[in-house]
Write a protein that binds this ligand. Structure first.
Ligand code: NAG
Ligand code: NAG
Ligand code: NAG
Ligand code: NAG
Ligand code: NAG
Ligand code: NAG
Length: 464
C-alpha cells in the first residue's frame, strides 16, 4: 500500500508533488490494517455514483448484483473498523433496490438470476446481523425474508419439477441459464436460510437449509472429495455437471455450514460438523495453495490476464476471504487455520495494491504475484477491502457494547421481522405472462450481456 502525501501541503504550494510513501502493512498493528482497509474501501466506493443526482441508488451500470457486493464490503468495513462513513449511502441503496420488499426491482427483475437476487438477500441479512439501523419502508430482516420467501415458494426459484428440487440459475425460461441449477444460487439460498435460522430461531429456516443442503449434496457436492460442481443441467436430469473452480461456490456453502454448526447441538450438529470441516479443509487447500505460500488464489482468473475478463470472477476472492473471516468467528476451532492464511494473503495483497491510481494505492487482481498486475477496477478494490477488514478480527475485543460475531434477535439485533415478506409480490407472475416480440428481443440482448458476464466462471471442459 502507498499513501499519498498530504493534500494540504500540495494545495499550500509548499511541495510541488507529495512523494508517494510506501507503507509496509504491519499485521501486528491495528492502525496499519485499519488504514489499509480505509484506503481500499474508499477506492471501492469511489466507483459508486448512485448517490449523485440523476443516478439510481444501489444500481451499478450493467452489473446490478455488484451493488450488493459493494455494500457488503462497506458494511464489513464499518463493523470491523468502526468507521461509519459509508453507512448512509448503503442504507439508501439497499432500500432503493428493494422492489416490493424482495429485491426483484422492476427495472431489472426481467433478466435477473436467483444468484443476483440472492446476493442482495445476503446483503440485507448482513445489515440485519450487524444492526445497521433500518431505513425506509422495508426492514433489513424483512428484505432477507422476502428473498427467502420468493425463492423457496415459487418455481422460478426452488423448482421441484426437475431433478427433485434445487434452485435454478435463471428465473425465466427465456433466459439462457434457465436449464441450469448452479452451485452459487443454491449456496446463497442455503446460506441465507442458515442465517435466518440462527437469527430468528424459527425452525422453518432450518428445515429449508437442510433440504437445500441434501439436494446439493446429491447433485452438486461430492461428500468424499468435497469437489463442488458449478452447475448441473436439468435437460439431462442433472446428471451432466459443469465445472469451474470458483471459490465462491465453496465458500457460500461453507459460510452456511458455519452458522448451522454454531447454532445446533447433538446429532444435528454432527451432520453439519462433518461437512463443515471437510469443506473447510478443501477450500483452504485449493484456494490458498501451498505452491504459492498459502496466498489466496483464484484458479479460473488469477493466472489468465487475458481470459479473466469477467468482473464477477474478480470478486470471488473477496467473497471467500470475508466469508472465511466470519467462519473463523463462528467456529473457534477453525480460527487459527483461517486467520493464518488471511494474514499471509493480506501481506501479498498490500504489495499488489500499488498501482498508480487511487493515490498510489490502486489494487490489482492476482495477489499471489505480490505485485500490481495492472488489472485494477472496482472489483479488485472490493476484494482487497473485504480482506483487510477481516484482518481486523484479531484486534477486536468484544465488550458489552461491541459484539464481534453476527447478532441474533435474542442478542441485540433490532431489525423488524416480517415472515410473510415478498409473498404479495406478484411481479414474477406478471412477467411470466406471454411476452411480446419486442420484449423478447429486449430480454435476449440483456441475456447475452448477462451470460457473457458469467461465462468466464463456467467451463465445460470436464463433463461427467
Ligand atoms: C457519493 O459517494 C462517494 C463515495 O462515498 C463520495 O465520494 C461522493 O462525494 C458522494 N457524492 C455525493 C453527491 O454525495
Ligand atoms: C428504475 O429506473 C428509473 C428510471 O431510470 C429510476 O428513476 C429508478 O431509480 C430505477 N429504480 C431502481 C430500483 O434502480
Ligand atoms: C454423502 O453423499 C451420498 C450421496 O448423495 C449420500 O448417500 C450420503 O448420505 C452422504 N453422506 C453424508 C454423511 O452426508
Ligand atoms: C484435507 O484435504 C487433503 C487433500 O485435499 C487430505 O489429504 C487431508 O486428509 C484432508 N484433511 C482432513 C483433516 O480432512
Ligand atoms: C458461535 O459464534 C460465536 C460468535 O458469534 C462464538 O463466540 C461461539 O463460540 C460460537 N459457538 C459455537 C458453539 O461454536
Ligand atoms: C472445493 C471444491 O470442491 N471446489 C471444486 C470446484 O470445482 C472444481 C472443478 O471445476 C474442482 O476442481 C474443485 O475441487
Amino acid at each position: 500500500m502507498r499513501v499519498l502525501g498530504t493534500l494540504t501541503g500540495l494545495l499550500a504550494g509548499t511541495r510541488l508533488l507529495a512523494p508517494a510513501q510506501a507503507i509496509e502493512l504491519d499485521l501486528s498493528r491495528e492502525e496499519s490494517i485499519k488504514s489499509a482497509a480505509e484506503l481500499t474501501t474508499w477506492g471501492a466506493m469511489s466507483y459508486y455514483s448512485g448517490n449523485e443526482s440523476g443516478h439510481s441508488p444501489g444500481a451499478i451500470a450493467n452489473k446490478w448484483y455488484e451493488g450488493s457486493v459493494l455494500f457488503l464490503c462497506a458494511m464489513y468495513y464499518w463493523h470491523f473498523t468502526g468507521d461509519s462513513t459509508y453507512n448512509q449511502e448503503v442504507r439508501v441503496g439497499l432500500e432503493h433496490q428493494a422492489g416490493d420488499g424482495d429485491y426483484l426491482p422492476g427495472n431489472f427483475s426481467q433478466y435477473l438470476g436467483n444468484d443476483d437476487q440472492g446476493f442482495w438477500g445476503i446483503a440485507a441479512m448482513t445489515a440485519t446481523e450487524l444492526n445497521l439501523p433500518d431505513y425506509g419502508q422495508y426492514s433489513w430482516l424483512s428484505l432477507a425474508q422476502g428473498v427467502f420467501n420468493t425463492q423457496t415458494r415459487r418455481n422460478s426459484g426452488w423448482d421441484d419439477t426437475t431433478c427433485g428440487g434445487g434452485v435454478r440459475w435463471q428465473q425465466f425460461n427465456y433466459m439462457s441459464g434457465y436449464t441450469l441449477k448452479n452451485a452459487i444460487s443454491n449456496g446463497l439460498l442455503f446460506q441465507l436460510s442458515a442465517r435466518l435460522y440462527r437469527y430468528t430461531n424459527d425452525e422453518q429456516y432450518a428445515q429449508w437449509a437442510e433440504k437445500i443442503w441434501d439436494w446439493s449434496n446429491e447433485y452438486l457436492i461430492d461428500n468424499q472429495t468435497w469437489v463442488i460442481a458449478d452447475s448441473v443441467t436439468t435437460t439431462q436430469e442433472c446428471k451432466v455437471k459443469g465445472y469451474g473452480d470458483n471459490s465462491y461456490n465453496d465458500s457460500s456453502f461453507l459460510m452456511g455450514l458455519a452458522y448451522l454448526y454454531n447454532h445446533t447441538t447433538g446429532a444435528t450438529q454432527a451432520k453439519w460438523e462433518q461437512a463443515l470441516f471437510g469443506l473447510a479443509n478443501k477450500t483452504l487447500q485449493l484456494y490458498f495453495p501451498a505452491k504459492y505460500g498459502n496466498i489466496e488464489f483464484e484458479p479460473t482468473c488469477d493466472p489468465y490476464p487475458n481470459q479473466c475478463f469477467d468482473s464477477n470472477n474478480m470478486l470471488f476472492k473477496g467473497h471467500t476471504s470475508s466469508w472465511l473471516g466470519w467462519t473463523a468467528i463462528l467456529v473457534p476451532d477453525l480460527y487459527e487455520q483461517i486467520m493464518h492464511v488471511l494474514q499471509i494473503t493480506a501481506t501479498a495483497a498490500a504489495a499488489a495494491c500499488t498501482g498508480p491510481g487511487q493515490g498510489g494505492n490502486q489494487c490489482g487482481s492476482a495477489w499471489y504475484q505480490s505485485k500490481f498486475d495492472k488489472r485494477p477496477g472496482m472489483e479488485p478494490q472490493i476484494s482487497a477491502s473485504d480482506l483487510f477488514s477481516v484482518n481486523m478480527i484479531p484486534f477486536i475485543q468484544p465488550t458489552a457494547k461491541k459484539v464481534l460475531g453476527p447478532l441474533t434477535s435474542s442478542t441485540g439485533g433490532t431489525s423488524t421481522s416480517n415472515p410473510n415478506a415478498g409473498m404479495n409480490d406478484n411481479s414474477n407472475e406478471v412477467l411470466l405472462a406471454p411476452i411480446t416480440t419486442g420484449d423478447r428481443a429486449g430480454a435476449g440482448i440483456l441475456t447475452a450481456i448477462f451470460v457473457a458476464g458469467w461465462v468466464g466462471g463456467l467451463s465445460w471442459m470436464f463433463m461427467e
